[in-house]
Design a protein around this ligand. Structure first.
Ligand code: ZN
Length: 332
């Protein structure tokens, strides 16, 4: 018995996207997303919502039968423009974990600003302090730019928000990138769109105030990151905000101390990005998920999402096919 929790970030329109965007493949094409939902429906999954995740966490129990939760991290507007039109007609609920500063102040996510600045830089190379060492990264050609973006991103991920911002500001100044607005793909949800999602049965959770990895912070800083986002969402939505998703969310991105901070702020359920299903002995404050990205074909999606339940189902289906073939042979 296990529950599958899928981790998405965004759903993009099907038409071709500029090669300089979606480098991390975080935004899945709308047709692929629809095919994934239809496959889950065909495989007999029941879609669970925030209330059921809450129940699971409190009861430390799992529902019977194959169940899946669809979750989105960060709060991109395309959750409303591209994901909702797929989910609503299929009556599939979802959960979205919002970054406070992104949705409330419209501050673009720093990873998206970094991507745009590096990909559109008008300088041939970039000199930057990474992990205390001065490094020069070449920007000759798209692969080199992607590699440079990836090095800077990994380094900045580990920094608290203010330190990260000063590194980025220095970097942006050196990159001489045109100051054009970010692509529509990276726009945050507006509050009226968030209301639409709630009316469609979505659950709203929090994903910190500035998308900073909590393990690198002191307990007081972590409490501020989580507490400010919680206060903002509760004031805006008039509802308790007890569901949470960790920024980055891999092993090492949160600690026992982080979990104590979350519990102290009334979080009942926290989702990680550690790959796997939620199984019988799950930790409510470190629930596993399976991340889905735009480079994943339907075949890979099936393999990644098929746990014991899926294997048993496909073995059963195989047996049925073999039996009917046998019957046909006997009859013939
Ligand atoms: Zn995130």
């Amino acid at each position: 018995m296990s529950v599958l929790v899928l981790l998405y970030h965004g759903v993009r329109p099907d038409d071709a996207q500029p090669a300089t965007t979606n480098l991390q493949a975080k935004h899945v094409s709308q047709s692929a997303f629809a095919a994934q939902m239809d496959w889950l429906i065909g495989a007999g999954y029941r879609f669970i919502d925030g209330d059921e995740l809450r129940w699971m966490s409190k009861a430390r129990s799992l529902p019977r039968g194959p169940a899946v939760a669809i979750t989105f991290d960060d709060g991109y507007a395309n959750n409303h423009s591209c994901a909702l039109p797929v989910l609503r007609p299929r009556e599939i609920p979802a959960l979205v974990f919002l970054v406070g500063a992104f949705v409330d102040r419209g501050e673009p996510l720093w990873v998206d600003r970094l991507e745009q600045a590096v990909m559109s830089a008008r300088v041939p190379e970039l000199t930057v302090d990474l992990n205390g060492a001065r490094r020069t990264l070449t920007l000759a050609g798209a692969p080199a730019r992607k590699a440079a973006e990836s090095s800077v991103r990994s380094y900045c991920k580990r920094l608290p928000a203010t330190a990260r911002e000063s590194v980025l500001q220095e970097l942006f100044a050196g990159l001489d990138a045109p100051s054009s607005p970010l692509p529509a793909l990276y726009r945050p949800l507006r509050w009226d769109e968030i209301d639409d999602l709630r009316h469609a049965g979505w659950t709203i959770g929090s994903h910190t105030m500035t998308h900073t990895i909590l393990a690198g912070l002191t307990a007081a800083q972590a409490r501020r990151e989580v507490g400010e986002a919680k206060a903002l969402l509760e004031a805006r939505l008039g509802d308790q905000c007890d569901l949470f998703a960790y920024p980055n969310g891999l092993r090492g991105d949160f600690t026992e101390e982080t979990q104590r901070v979350l519990a102290g702020l009334g979080k009942t359920c926290a989702l990680a990005s550690v790959e796997g299903r939620v199984t019988r002995r799950f930790e409510p404050l470190a629930m596993r998920r399976v991340a889905v990205h735009d480079r994943m074909g339907l075949a890979e999606f099936k393999v990644r999402t098929t746990g014991a339940v899926g294997v048993a189902k496909s073995v059963k289906a195989g047996l049925r096919t073999a039996q009917s073939a046998l019957r046909r042979r006997r009859a013939g």
